[in-house]
Design a protein around this ligand. Structure first.
Ligand SMILES: Cc1cc2nc3c(=O)[nH]c(=O)nc-3n(C[C@H](O)[C@H](O)[C@H](O)COP(=O)(O)O)c2cc1C
Length: 202
């Protein structure tokens, strides 16, 4: 089958994109509005971008041309936390994905305990084993797209003592972290086998 993108509708491109670019880690993004309301929602258009500066990206869509709450808060406060979604939190994470209005505090709605980030003005998920405190680095408006790419600079990493590091490094133990990833639709993936292969020496 050959699929020419120009012959496809947006919905079809979305279906191909989200089922072929898999598995995607999930940034469970927490923010606060300038009025002080907490917000929490998952985003799987999430990627590592650069180590120096220390950057991650999240691509956030709009709802009928209006910024989602997360994007609106980040634009206004320049701050957010990426809580790395993990297996024990899968159901809670899903509870926060409803298209709730800006008046809804998803922490309260889903019964999730929050704590305060120290380097940025945003809450984080208190029980999340890995949290990235991010300052807005750049907003990239994507021409012709309802999505906006947000680049965040990680100012602080909060890592639970339950996630050991590989000896002598800052590589976090994947089996202990138990990250979940999104596939497509309602499907998620957990970490399966993790084969190790040395790179060819040239
Ligand atoms: C696992 C998962 C991943 C999602 N990924 C994205 C994403 O990458 N971009 C996006 O715009 N919406 C994504 N969504 C939908 C948002 O979470 C949803 O629109 C949410 O209501 C946005 O909340 P907010 O308005 O409080 O920011 C995802 C939903 C789920 C369940």
């Amino acid at each position: 089958m050959i699929l020419d993108s120009a012959a496809l509708g947006g919905r079809e491109r979305y279906q191909l994109l989200t089922s072929l670019v898999v598995p995607r880690p999930i940034a469970w993004v927490s923010t606060r509005s300038p009025e002080g309301r907490r917000n929490l929602a998952p985003f799987s258009y999430f990627a590592a971008v650069s180590a120096t500066p220390f950057l991650v990206s999240v691509s956030i869509g709009s709802r009928s041309g209006v910024d989602k709450d997360t994007l609106r808060n980040i634009r206004r406060t320049g701050a957010f936390c990426v809580n790395l979604a993990t297996e024990p939190q899968l159901a809670l994470m899903n509870d926060t994905a409803g298209e709730y209005g800006p008046e809804v505090d998803e922490f309260e709605h889903a019964g999730i305990a929050s704590a305060e980030a120290e380097r940025v003005d945003a809450p984080y998920v208190a029980d999340c084993p890995a949290v990235l405190e991010c300052r807005l680095f750049q907003v990239v408006e994507l021409e012709g797209s309802p999505n906006t790419l947000v680049l965040g600079e990680v100012l602080r990493v909060r890592l639970s003592d339950d996630v050991p590091l590989a000896p002598g490094t800052l590589f976090a133990d994947t089996a202990a972290l138990r990250p979940v990833a999104r596939l497509w639709g309602d499907l998620y993936a957990t970490i399966g086998e993790t084969p190790s292969l040395a790179r060819p020496r040239v």
